[in-house]
Design a protein around this ligand. Structure first.
Ligand SMILES: Nc1ncnc2c1ncn2[C@@H]1O[C@H](COP(=O)(O)OP(=O)(O)OP(=O)(O)O)[C@@H](O)[C@H]1O
Ligand SMILES: [Mg+2]
Length: 356
């Protein structure tokens, strides 16, 4: 069993509360990705789980065991950091063997596990090299190999790919996904990268200021963000937001434009006169005539090859639409465009929580 559970988990440094009572149940073999702005407590949470940081309150369980006061080596967790932290004077083989030797694993068993991990990660030909003789991506794979050979109950990754260039990131990301499918261990993974979060996670946990803002599958947090914060944090370019008021089945935006709502949106507590924030993802704009239609003024056009980003004003709001690559409106032009009505999200203007 390698489920992980946080109950009212707290961390304070002096009088400053950093982690403010996190409740989270992570299932055996689940891949959970933690995201959130810098300083929201992601690394602190991983470090508390690994036992590298004391906890100020609450409870951490790994499987059925409460590990609050257990030293790191008794928790059966392997952590891979952003900076790899390889021993510079040891070879790749010795780096991977070290923690097993310390635990008294027999030499032939160590050899077998390293061969297996090296094979999985494609680093078999590098075992005699030292870290200084490796590329960034190779070092990263060695750091993963070192974690894999320990066969821990839980893997923790803290932004493991952020030092790699875009192409390598993609490759190693795929390797991590394959690793999870092959080894089937519980993984908790911190990243700033949207694509990593969406592609790797069984569930994404969005943290804000030491508290959980939303937990859900990638589809759930993407399609039904629980708050303006989540909508703005997940997805790139970010969800568009515009303040307005519900009037006669429409949202009247500040500055005058109107967006028609479908029945589902109206059922969702959208009482006449309620102050709301409308959320629309850039990809949920559709050609004119296929949805709730609006007319904005084009500001900036960014052709990206696969699609075109068009920034336009609507009332007082500035919005971004992701359109087909052949759409090239000119700045200053009026843009008539539809919005897929079932994709429009409404948030309360005061609490910024979703109405749906
Ligand atoms: N030893 C410490 N003493 C005091 N404050 C600390 C200590 N370690 C971390 N903090 C503070 O705790 C907060 C959370 O830090 P943490 O490293 O968990 O953030 P993070 O979410 O991992 O951010 P990032 O995305 O930048 O890595 C930060 O405000 C940080 O300054
Ligand atoms: Mg961090």
């Amino acid at each position: 069993m390698s489920s992980v559970s946080f109950r009212r988990l707290e961390k304070s440094y002096g009088a400053v509360r950093i982690v403010k009572g996190i409740d989270l149940e992570i299932a055996d073999r689940e891949f959970v990705v933690l995201v959130g702005p810098s300083g929201c407590g992601k690394s602190t949470t991983l470090r508390m789980l690994a036992g590298l940081e004391s906890i100020s309150g609450g409870e951490i369980r790994i499987g059925e065991r409460v590990v609050n006061r257990l030293p790191p080596r008794e928790r059966d967790i392997a952590m891979v950091f952003q900076d790899y932290a390889l021993y510079p004077h040891k070879t790749v083989y010795e780096n991977m063997a070290f923690s097993l030797k310390v635990r008294g694993v027999a030499a032939d068993e160590i050899g077998k596990r390293i061969a297996e991990a090296a094979d999985m990660l494609g680093i078999g030909q590098l075992l005699d090299r030292r870290p200084s003789q490796l590329s960034g991506g190779q070092r990263q794979r060695v750091a993963m190999g070192r974690a894999i050979v320990r066969r821990p109950q839980v893997f923790l990754f803290d932004e493991p790919l952020s030092n790699l260039d875009a192409k390598l990131r993609g490759q190693v990301r795929t390797e991590i996904k394959r690793l999870h499918q092959a080894v089937g261990t519980t993984i908790i993974y911190v990243t700033h990268d949207q694509v990593e979060a969406m592609t790797l996670a069984d569930r994404i946990v969005i943290l804000k200021g030491g508290e959980i803002e939303q937990v859900g599958t990638p589809d759930e947090v993407y399609n039904a963000p629980a708050s303006v914060f989540v909508g703005g944090f997940i997805g790139s370019p970010a969800m568009n937001f515009a303040p307005g008021t519900i009037r006669g089945g429409r949202v009247v935006l500040e500055g005058g434009a109107e967006i028609a709502l479908d029945r589902a949106a109206l059922r969702a507590d959208a009482a006449e006169g309620r102050a709301v924030v409308v959320g629309i993802r850039p990809e949920h704009f559709v050609p004119a005539g296929e949805g709730a239609e609006v007319a904005g003024t084009v500001q900036v056009v960014e052709p990206l090859g696969a699609d075109t980003l068009v920034h336009f004003t609507l009332g007082k709001a500035t919005l971004t639409a992701r359109l087909a690559p052949d759409m090239r409106p000119a700045p200053g032009e009026t843009l008539s465009i539809g919005i897929n009505p079932s994709r429009i999200r409404l948030f309360d203007a005061q609490t910024e929580r979703a109405l749906h």
